[in-house]
Design a protein around this ligand. Structure first.
Ligand code: AMP
Ligand code: ZN
Length: 112
């Protein structure tokens, strides 16, 4: 399997993990766009938000919960942003569902 995030979830390539449980992993983005830039992924390979099936509705809820818990643990008191890039127009490059957690500076809006 070639998916880089599956390999990170299985521990086959190194990543700076900040959270891990039976279903999810959170690790530092290799090319951070903010002082805090974490990716939260399910261990299960799902290509993108648009390909999530109804049977994985619960997984989506837990994914957001893990993102919130990681944000709490990193003490992002002034706030943060969660982003799920989806498909080519969404700027998705890695085809394994992931949530970006960005914080540590004021983020511009709207995005480009
Ligand atoms: P996206 O454009 O939403 O698909 O974001 C993919 C993100 O994964 C980018 O921010 C990359 O910097 C990040 N990324 C790619 N490979 C790795 C890796 N091996 N470890 C950590 N982050 C990575
Ligand atoms: Zn994968």
């Amino acid at each position: 399997m070639e998916c880089v995030f599956c390999k990170i979830a299985r521990g086959e390539i190194p990543a700076h993990k900040v959270y891990e449980d039976e279903e999810f992993v959170a690790f530092r983005d290799i090319n951070p766009q903010a002082p805090t830039h974490i990716l939260i992924i399910p261990g299960k390979h799902i290509e993108s938000l648009s390909s999530v099936a109804e049977e994985d509705r619960e997984l989506l809820g837990k994914l957001l919960w893990v993102a919130k818990r990681v944000a709490d643990e990193l003490n992002l008191k002034k706030g943060y942003r969660l982003v799920i890039n989806t498909g080519p127009d969404g700027g998705q490059e890695v085809l394994h569902l992931h949530v970006h957690l960005l914080g540590g500076r004021a983020l511009a809006w709207p995005p480009g």
